[in-house]
Design a protein around this ligand. Structure first.
Ligand SMILES: Cc1cc2nc3c(=O)[nH]c(=O)nc-3n(C[C@H](O)[C@H](O)[C@H](O)COP(=O)(O)OP(=O)(O)OC[C@H]3O[C@@H](n4cnc5c(N)ncnc54)[C@H](O)[C@@H]3O)c2cc1C
Length: 332
C-alpha cells in the first residue's frame, strides 16, 4: 500500500533488528523491517554461521545458523512486513513528525524508526576481474537465492570459508558439476563440513587464483586460473559462478542521511530509552553508544524491548500494554 504509514520501521535485520521485529509484532504495532542483504541474520548469519556462540541467555552453545533460525521462528509468531535485499539510503523527518524512508526500490512512511544497522550495510567482496561486474545477476552471483537456477548447470564456487563450502554442498545435488576454487589447499570450514566436502562430488580446484574471465559465444564463462607459487595455469569453463569472498561493512553511509543524529566515532548516541537525539528515532545493537555499552548480541536483545516499549507508549499513550509475553495469549 503506497500511502500507508507504518507505526515503526526497523532498519537492519541482524539479531537486534530481528528481536525488535518480534517485539513490535507482539505489541501489534504496524511495522516493517528493511534489510540490505537478501537474508536475515546480520553479522551472525553472514560472517560466522558455523561458530558456536556461548553467551546467549538460556542457550548454552548455539551455532550462528541455529540462532538465526530460532530468531526467524520467533519472528513468525508475530510477523511484521519484511523487505529483504533493500538498502535504506535516507531517512527524512517531515514537518508533521513522520519519517520518509528511502531506498533504491521504494519510498515508505513511518511514525517512528528503529535503527539497527550494526556495523553498517554488508556488501559482498567483489570479484576483482575485468568484465566481472557486467556478469553480475546473470552468469555471476554473490548469493544463491534460488537453488533451481543451478539445476543441471556447471558451477564454480569461488572462496574457501564456511559459506563457500556450504554453497558448494548445497548446489551439489542439483548442479551437473560443482567446482570449488580456492587459493589455498586448506579450507577454513569446520572439520565436519570439510569432511563432508571431501566425501562429496565437489571438485576441489586448489590452490588456484582466478586471474581472468571470458564470456564464450555460448554464454558460458571461462576462468583462467593461476596455480599459487607456480607458473602453472589452468582453464575452467562453467555456466555459472558464485563468488563468496566474504563481506565488507561500513556505517559511514549513515552520515549521508538527512537525520541529524548525535554520534561518537560513527556510533549513534542514545538515552536510556534507546532514543537518539532525533525524537521518534531509536537505535539499538552494535551501532549505538552509551556509557557501559557492550557490542554483544545479548545487549542488543535487551535494547530491542526497551526501544519498542518506549516508542509504543509514545505512539499509543492511552493503550494499556501487557508487559509480559506470558500474559499475551500467544499460541503457536
Ligand atoms: C566473528 C565474530 C564472532 C562474534 N561472536 C560473538 C559472540 O560469541 N557473542 C556475542 O554476543 N557477539 C558476538 N559477535 C558480535 C555480534 O555478532 C554482534 O554484536 C551482533 O551481530 C550485533 O547485532 P546487530 O543486529 O546490532 O548488527 P548486525 O549483526 O551487524 O546486523 C546489522 C544488519 O543491518 C543491515 N544494514 C546495515 N545498513 C543497512 C541499511 N542502510 N539498510 C538496510 N539494512 C542495513 C546489515 O546488512 C546487517 O544485516 C561476534 C562478531 C563477529 C564478527
Amino acid at each position: 500500500m503506497a500511502d500507508q504509514i507504518y507505526d515503526v520501521t526497523i532498519i537492519g535485520g541482524g539479531p537486534a533488528g530481528m528481536f525488535a521485529s518480534f517485539y513490535c509484532g507482539l505489541h501489534e504495532l504496524n511495522a516493517q523491517l528493511i534489510e540490505s542483504l537478501p537474508q536475515l541474520g546480520g553479522q551472525v548469519g553472514a560472517l560466522y554461521p558455523e561458530k558456536q556462540i556461548w553467551d546467549i541467555a538460556g542457550m548454552p552453545g548455539v551455532t550462528g545458523r541455529k540462532l538465526i533460525a530460532k530468531l526467524t521462528e520467533q519472528m513468525a509468531i508475530a510477523p511484521i512486513d519484511q523487505y529483504l535485499g533493500e538498502t535504506v539510503e535516507d531517512v527524512i523527518k517531515e514537518d508533521n513528525g513522520t519519517f520518509t524512508i528511502k531506498s533504491a526500490k521504494r519510498i515508505s512512511h513511518s511514525r517512528a524508526v528503529i535503527i539497527a544497522l550494526g556495523n553498517g550495510a554488508f556488501t559482498p567482496r567483489k570479484l576483482a576481474l575485468d568484465g566481472a561486474d557486467a556478469l553480475e545477476g546473470q552468469q555471476l552471483s554473490y548469493f544463491v537465492n534460488r537453488k533451481a537456477d543451478y539445476t543441471d548447470k556447471r558451477v564454480a564456487v569461488l572462496g574457501g570459508g564456511d559459506s563457500a563450502i556450504d554453497i558448494a554442498l548445497m548446489l551439489e545435488p542439483v548442479a551437473k558439476e560443482v567446482h570449488l576454487v580456492h587459493r589455498r589447499d586448506q579450507f577454513r570450514g569446520l572439520e565436519h563440513t570439510v569432511t563432508q566436502l571431501k566425501n562429496s562430488s565437489v571438485q576441489l580446484d586448489t590452490p588456484f587464483l582466478p586471474r581472468a574471465l571470458k564470456v564464450e559465444d555460448d554464454q558460458t564463462v571461462t576462468l583462467n586460473l593461476k596455480k599459487m607459487r607456480s607458473d602453472d595455469e589452468a582453464r575452467l569453463n562453467v555456466d555459472k559462478l558464485v563468488v563468496n569472498y566474504g563481506f565488507t561493512s561500513n556505517n559511514a553511509a549513515l552520515n549521508q542521511w538527512s537525520l541529524d543524529l548525535a554520534a561518537e566515532r560513527n556510533l549513534i548516541k542514545v538515552d536510556s530509552m534507546m532514543e537518539t537525539s532525533v525524537t521518534g528515532v531509536y537505535a539499538i545493537g552494535d551501532g549505538v553508544t552509551y556509557l557501559g555499552k557492550a557490542a554483544l548480541i545479548a545487549a542488543g536483545f535487551g535494547e530491542a524491548p526497551t526501544a519498542v516499549t518506549a516508542l509504543a507508549k509514545k505512539l499509543y499513550p492511552d493503550k494499556r500494554m501487557a508487559m509480559h509475553s506470558s500474559s499475551m495469549g500467544i499460541s503457536k
